[in-house]
Design a protein around this ligand. Structure first.
Ligand code: ARG
Length: 290
């Protein structure tokens, strides 16, 4: 996997971005592992730069990188990462949470990291209801920023078409848990999971999912492919010659459950593209936007 990553990095140096294997090819190259490397140049990590471990953390036996990991995100423009609202707050900015880009593994200082200096959260975000769970995070370089161990970094365009119906092939990437058990630990290597959009109303637990969210499950009956805790804020991508960002990992009832799905915030011509554009040009004093 590491070799693949280096090859991809070299390809980028030669400005031959097309030579990077797509997620499907990467999947094929490591057929045995359920989730192949998800290294994509727009994947961002939100993590605690100056971790203050609790007693519980210390006793968990988990590694520092694992305890520091918070969320995924997507680079969508210079200095801007799109994520979930529940991934960021004023306290996290204050205490030195950072953005990592250009990383496949998050346990070995891969990638290039930046200080978060601002957030714009959706003003109607409601954590309990998983409502309007979208935020933009702005980042800047500081004395810790060093790109000598960075893989390719490139933004992903937002999907511009009409809202997706059911049965569309998409994929999600992240360092999230492979098990729904609370505190089961994050994954050191970025993984990619193939999904398809499904109709939320076919699931008892998702009857009240609003139109601005979509559900996605595994692609074949019985395939429990899903995202999970720690994948939040990360990208749901529409496959194609030019991959497009069509969703943000938001929530779910458990993870990897049979006959279930995950819930994603939609990004399309009817949902949030306008909000994202307004947020990026808003006055720097703005931290909540409707
Ligand atoms: N809220 C989770 C997070 O903070 C994401 C959960 C997604 N769940 C699912 N079953 N797809 O990382």
């Amino acid at each position: 996997m590491l070799l693949l990553f280096v090859a991809a990095a070299l390809a980028l140096q030669d400005a031959e971005v097309e030579e990077q294997p797509g997620p499907a090819e990467q999947q094929a190259q490591s057929e045995q592992t359920e989730d192949a490397t998800g290294a994509t140049p727009w994947q961002a990590q939100i993590y605690s730069g100056k971790p203050a471990w609790t007693r519980e953390d210390m006793e968990s036996g988990r590694d520092g990188w694992d305890l520091a990991h918070k969320c995924g995100g997507s680079l969508i423009a210079e200095g801007w990462v799109l994520t979930a609202a529940h991934c960021i707050n004023a306290a996290r900015i204050e205490n030195g949470h950072r953005i990592r880009l250009g990383a496949d593994y998050i346990d070995n200082d891969e990638g290039v990291t930046y200080r978060i200096d601002r957030m714009v959260r959706h003003a109607d975000w409601n954590q309990k209801q998983h409502a309007y769970d979208v935020a933009l995070v702005h980042f800047v370089a500081d004395e810790e920023t060093n790109d000598s161990k960075s893989g390719p970094v490139e933004g992903i365009p937002l999907y511009e078409g009409p809202p997706l119906g059911a049965g569309v092939a998409v994929y999600a990437t992240g360092w999230g848990q492979l098990d729904e058990t609370k505190g089961s630990g994050f994954e050191a290597e970025l993984t990619s999971v193939d999904l398809q959009t499904v109709d939320c109303s076919t699931y008892e637990q998702y009857q009240n999912v609003p139109d601005y969210q979509l559900c996605a499950s595994g692609r074949t009956p019985g395939d429990d492919a899903d995202t999970c805790t720690g994948d939040s804020g990360g990208p749901l991508v529409l496959e194609g010659d030019v991959p497009k960002l069509v969703g943000i990992v938001n929530w779910g009832v458990g993870c990897y459950r049979p006959n279930s799905a995950g819930v994603y915030l939609r990004i399309d011509n009817a949902n949030f593209r306008d909000w994202v554009a307004r947020a990026m040009v808003s006055d720097p004093s703005v931290s909540e936007l409707r």
